[in-house]
Design a binder for this molecule. Structure first.
Ligand SMILES: [Zn+2]
Length: 86
């Protein structure tokens, strides 16, 4: 393989890598969502959860999140948890 061919392949790899990095950023932005109140649109939504004490870390760890039980901290409305793209 000639040096020119190797240089060309190296440039192609760099170009493809830049394209993948750009695509990863776009995909990451598509995966970001926000949880909002269906009544007022506020994202000040409270969820019920249970926690478990971890002796090793000396912290509580979330053991379970109850998706069906949440309340809007702004208007007090109880509703489902719609997730909207950011
Ligand atoms: Zn609300």
């Amino acid at each position: 393989m000639t040096e020119l061919r190797i240089e060309y392949l190296h440039e192609e790899i760099e170009r493809l890598t830049r394209g993948l990095e750009s695509l990863n950023l776009e995909l990451a932005s598509l995966l970001h969502v926000n949880i909002v109140c269906t009544e007022c649109g506020s994202d000040d939504v409270l969820l019920s959860a249970s926690v478990r004490w971890d002796v090793e870390t000396q912290e509580y760890n979330v053991a379970n999140i109850y998706d069906g039980e949440h309340e809007c901290g702004t208007c007090g409305h109880l509703c489902d948890i719609p997730r909207v793209p950011i």
